[in-house]
Design a protein around this ligand. Sequence first.
Ligand code: NDP
Ligand code: OXD
Length: 309
Amino acid sequence: MSLAIIYPGYDTRAWVAALHDLDPALQIEVWPEIRDEASVEFALCWNQPAGLLQQFPNLKGISSLGAGVNHLLDDATRPGGIPLARLVDRALQQSMAEYVILGTLEYFRQFKAYRQQQAEGLWRPLKLPQRSATGVGIMGMGCLGTFVAGKLHQLGFRVSGWSRSPRQVAGVTLYCGRGNLDEFLATADILVCLLPLTAATTNILCARTFARLPTGAYLINVARGQHLVEDDLLTALATGQLAGALLDVFRQEPLPAGHPFWAHDKIMLTPHIASITDPRSAAPQVIENYRRTLRGEPLLNLVDPAIGY
Ligand code: NDP
Ligand code: OXD
């Protein structure tokens, strides 16, 4: 029996080392050099090639290598009925909070304007908006959204969140369901997308959504590129409905050369690095899920394919 790591294009040595530190006897196969397909009972996957999972006749459990699972749920060749887990990890939360706080403060403290002023040799203090009057709205109040919301609340921002089912988070005003979406959006001077990609959330960052934000709002998308209707963003930036955007994820990754986002002066972009899984931090839950799989026990952080996350 073995665990297969499927992580095309990435160096998997840190994962192998982190897993072996916890269990030196663990048999690990690393794609594409799988030696014994029949031995693979658990697969740890990120952007697995189509058809690959079907090659493991004894596969009994699958884990995403990240928090998101759309690469697995969208894989029509994934064998059905095999439990699917995702990562829920403190280091992922911490790193995502750093990114969103940085983006929020960069916008809130008007650093773009100061960079411009520096380039022009201008010494001109700008009026600072009130932190408690600045609303940060977080779409998706799961593991990451809730953690990020708490940190922003500690910084003194007025924080609201939007989820599918009712929730309570200290210091955060919660809205749930489509029926309350517009009310939520009206609170968000800065809108952060931390939703999973599902049929219900695809294209949710669209003209209709932007129109319901306060004029001149700022967008931070750290979820998935397919949440965003790119042309609608370009229009909202051109009309001033949105003041700017920080984007970490894109419909096509890497973002193709010549894409209008690259050179847009109101867009700051990063190459899907908002929060990267740290193997040392995440390995214990992978080992635990591998062992649970062998024992036939329910996995930790199980995904419900019917709801898509
Ligand atoms: P969770 O599954 O823990 O949370 C998802 C949240 O979204 C929940 O609050 C859920 O509501 C809410 N939600 C889902 N569908 C809807 C809907 N239709 N309407 C309203 N709310 C909805 O996910 P995580 O917080 O762990 O991760 C979120 C996403 O972040 C991942 O799926 C991934 O795509 C992305 N990500 C990006 C990274 C990056 O580096 N850019 C790194 C890690 C993750 P409810 O609470 O009611 O269930
Ligand atoms: C994730 C990601 O889902 O890195 O973990 O996007």
